[in-house]
Design a protein around this ligand. Structure first.
Ligand code: GTP
Ligand code: GTP
Length: 442
């Protein structure tokens, strides 16, 4: 599973500046999806071949108005609790403050692994800028400049050094669908898991766990093997749901990363909320295959059904690649069809796309509509091969491919998806310049 790095610190120390720097390159992938809403607190980062999730806790809750911050915001504490590593940022220009001490104390008691980072250190002597922060008792402070990008890469290498390497695990080819049921509180995730597995099964697996673990359940249906990742499972204990735990975006993201198919559950009896769209945005960014379950479809008249469909069209347009199912988890309606779509999405995400066929499809697409010329060089696309799975990545080789417009990339994506019938997974097209030995000669 990808490690989660949580950025903590008092206001104005540079958390979001660092966050933006860590997540910038990844954002480009889904930069201009129409309608996509993303919560700018959660993102994907990578150092070398090590991927991680990063959380900016700044602005999670309104800043306490008077006096020093006596208590870290609840949401921040939850994020710290669910983190693999905490990066605690202080301001090298302001120097050590009382608030820093309060936060340091909380972090020390959290038992998490903490890296102390002194930001805004550009043009300053490393030794002297970090000196006073030793007093926080969180080990050797690391000096960086988030806005200038100094020391950031070294910092992330250090932060990730002690964590288990996930790249090897990622490379393993899965053998069957492993799907995560995600969605905001109360949409019916537990009910859906029950409906898929059958009551007895769930009770048998209803093991107490720690708050941060999801439950993984293997099951068989119609002779086929599945693994379900149940993020809600831990809360479901017998009759009464005591103290419903706070919704965890981190847990949702982690389980989506770990799955090969995500089932996003929505509540048809409520409006599609910003939180729904936010979760949908993360799933899109993760590149996972997706099936949408619009739950609680029972008890709605035609007018309301039309309205919700309209609402979905408008707010979740960017999930056009996914199949939508209108189900009732409570009455077990539509659950079989949902599983079929999970199978289909899984196969699409894991499809083997042969180089000759990809190349044929590419050349036919180019023939039908050539990439627009920009500047003096005409883009030339020569061949395509598969560069990855889950999501399928098609690497197009050629020359003059620097400035292919986004609309043309989408055109190619749609063409590959249609010809290879890849329902339920996003597909990405990447370009690779090959040096053309004849280009300079005339
Ligand atoms: N000189 C200098 N300024 C920086 C650096 N990093 C961030 N800043 C500035 O510090 C200010 C606060 O940065 P933010 O990234 O918004 O800080 P934050 O911790 O996210 O603040 P909150 O959202 O209020 O918690 C901005 O004016 C940044 O431009 C740095 O490395 N050097
Ligand atoms: N009418 C109707 N109600 C449903 C359906 N599915 C679930 N519910 C109800 O919605 C409520 C929430 O269901 P849960 O399965 O606990 O939802 P959850 O998403 O697991 O909720 P959290 O544990 O808070 O994340 C319960 O009262 C369910 O009985 C459905 O298909 N139709």
């Amino acid at each position: 599973m990808k490690p989660t790095v949580v950025l903590v610190g008092r206001p104005n120390v540079g958390k979001s500046t660092l966050f933006n720097r860590l997540t910038r390159s990844r954002d480009a992938i889904v930069a201009d999806m129409p309608g996509l809403t993303r919560d700018r607190h959660y993102g994907h980062g990578r150092v070398g071949d090590k991927p991680y999730l990063v959380v900016d806790t700044g602005g999670f809750e309104p800043v306490v108005k008077e006096g020093i911050l006596h208590e870290m915001a609840k949401q921040t504490l939850q994020a710290v609790d669910e983190a693999d590593v905490v990066v605690f940022i202080v301001d090298g220009r302001t120097g050590l403050t009382a608030q820093d001490k309060v936060i340091a104390d909380k972090l020390r008691r959290s038992g998490r692994s903490v890296h102390l980072v002194v930001n805004k250190a550009e043009g300053m002597n490393r030794g002297s800028v970090t000196a006073e922060f030793h007093e926080l008792g969180l080990g050797e402070p690391v000096a960086i400049s988030a806005s200038h990008g100094e020391g950031v890469r070294e910092l992330m290498e250090l932060v990730l050094a002690d964590l288990p390497d996930v790249t090897e695990e990622e490379g393993k080819k899965p053998t069957h669908p492993k799907f995560a049921i995600v969605g905001r509180p109360n949409v019916g995730k537990s009910t859906l898991v029950n409906s898929i597995l059958g009551e007895e099964r769930v009770i048998a697996f209803d093991l107490p766990g720690t708050t941060r673990d999801s439950i993984y359940i293997d099951f068989e249906r119609s002779g086929k093997q599945y693994t379900i990742i149940d993020t809600a499972g831990i809360r479901r204990r017998g009759k009464v749901k005591e103290a419903i735990e706070k919704f965890s975006v981190i847990k949702t993201l982690q389980s989506a990363e770990d799955a090969n198919v995500v089932v996003l559950v929505l509540d048809a009896q409520q409006e599609i909320s910003d939180q729904d769209a936010g979760i949908a945005g993360f799933i899109l960014e993760s590149g996972r295959a997706l099936v949408v379950a619009v739950n609680k479809w029972d008890g709605l008249d035609d007018y309301r059904r039309d309205r919700i469909k309209h609402d979905l069209d408008r707010k979740l347009k960017f999930l056009g690649f996914a199949k939508f199912h209108f189900i009732s988890a409570l009455h077990g309606k539509g659950v079989g069809a949902l599983l079929q779509s999970i199978d289909e999405a899984y196969s699409a995400a894991m499809a083997n796309l042969s180089t000759p066929k990809l190349t044929r499809v590419l050349l036919a697409a180019v023939q039908k509509q050539a990439p627009p010329r920009k500047g003096p060089v005409r883009p030339k696309m020569r061949y395509a091969h598969q560069g990855g799975m889950n999501p399928p990545i098609v690497v197009v080789h050629g020359s003059g491919l620097d400035e292919i417009p986004e609309s043309y990339v989408r055109y190619l994506e749609h063409t590959f998806v249609e010809v290879f019938k890849l329902q339920g997974t996003p597909l990405r097209v990447q370009f690779k310049q090959s040096h053309n030995p004849f280009a300079d000669k005339g």
